[in-house]
Design a protein around this ligand. Structure first.
Ligand SMILES: Cc1ncc(COP(=O)(O)O)c(C=O)c1O
Length: 354
């Protein structure tokens, strides 16, 4: 049975030039463009909308009554699942790491939006990845016992099915920027990079890990390989014609090796939740050159990774680079160290001598 998608966002998202940021990074003014997937339209926007179109499509096809997903307290994916449920008339249960009285649970950023969007929260305590998955299983079991039909959407919204949303984004990019040499994306749970790799091939996708999962290379490779094999078995004739037109990655359903990926691990530094110095610099640079606001966990790390890639000659002037703005603005408002730093940078008018 082929997968069904439900429309939740507004497509295509804009691709905008970023000449002042390009110059500041050491590129030529016309080299750098920003793919505005922060403007996907639903619930404050962000990359998760493309993935939810597929996972929610599957949930509706199964007759689900309730979406269940998991994440950290400031999960953008959890917030957008809450928004998708509201749009589709489904209940949403978010299983979040942390405690109700803990600092992460305070009424800031994504948590506040989760409440506004009508989600139910289950606090799973201070758990690791497997602990969070076990809590999700338990909640799904309780919902089934109560006569509900839960559909579990994986951590970060990433599965081979969900990655189709980013294969679609990759195809959108080929229409908008046929000479694209590199697209830069943050890598959390891996589905975004996996989908882009499916559409664009390993050489044109530069991922920057944020430290959300232990082995991002293996995860991205597995998701991309699974997606490629599903697509190859579903539509062999489409693949053949895409290959003939030269508009696909040309892998034709073949597996992706983790060693072939362009994946930077150097921006995790003090850890997922930390505000690192390269990220603080990247947030300031994007804001003050282009008026674009990034977030401290994902897109800020992606820009810090691009900055390092230009310095090292991995991304060179004279080639087309696309920076994927994958959203996350509510996460900035849920990150006190970043807010404090931004407030401290606020200039006040010095009236000078009287
Ligand atoms: C704003 C933002 N950008 C990028 C990502 C990374 O996407 P993925 O989990 O598909 O790797 C996330 C994931 O949570 C995100 O919230």
């Amino acid at each position: 049975m082929s997968a069904t998608r439900v429309q939740l966002g507004s497509w295509p998202t804009p691709l905008e030039p970023a000449p002042r940021l390009a110059t500041a990074l050491g590129l030529r003014p016309d080299d750098l463009w920003v793919k505005r997937d922060d403007l996907t339209g639903l619930g404050g926007g962000g990359n998760k909308v493309r993935k939810l179109e597929w996972t929610c499509g599957a949930a509706l096809a199964e007759g689900a009554t309730t979406l269940v997903t998991s994440g950290g307290a400031q999960s953008n994916h959890a917030r957008l699942t809450a928004a998708a449920g509201a749009r589709l008339g489904l209940d949403v249960v978010l299983v979040l790491a942390g405690n109700p009285g803990g600092p992460g649970a305070s009424a800031i950023g994504n948590i506040a939006l989760d409440g506004l969007l009508g989600a139910t929260v289950v606090w799973a305590g201070e758990v690791d990845g497997p602990g969070l998955a076990a809590a999700v299983d338990e909640v799904a079991g309780q919902l089934r016992a109560a006569g509900r039909k839960p559909a579990v959407i994986p951590f970060g919204g990433s599965s081979a099915l969900a990655a189709r949303g980013y294969a679609e984004c990759g195809r959108e990019l080929l229409d908008q920027a046929p000479d694209l040499a590199t697209v830069v994306t943050a890598v959390g749970s891996g589905g975004t990079m996996a989908g882009l790799v499916d559409a664009l091939g390993v050489d044109r996708v530069l991922g920057v890990s944020v430290g959300a999962i232990p082995d991002p290379g293996r995860t991205v490779a597995e998701l991309a390989s699974e997606l490629a094999s599903e697509l190859a078995s579903e539509r062999p004739s489409d693949l053949a014609s895409e290959r003939a037109s030269g508009r696909s990655s040309g892998r034709g359903g073949r597996a992706v090796a983790s060693t072939s990926l362009r994946l930077r691990l150097d921006q995790v530094l003090a850890g997922y939740a930390a505000l690192t110095e390269p990220v603080a610099a990247a947030l300031t640079l994007a804001a003050r050159t282009e008026g674009i606001v990034l977030d401290p966990i994902y897109t800020g790390r992606a820009l810090a990774g691009l900055t390092a890639a230009v310095e090292e000659g991995d991304v060179v002037p004279g080639t087309r680079t696309v920076f994927l703005h994958s959203g996350g603005l509510p996460g900035l408002f849920g990150h006190p160290p970043t807010l404090a730093r931004a407030r401290a940078a606020l200039r006040e008018l010095d009236p000078g001598p009287a």
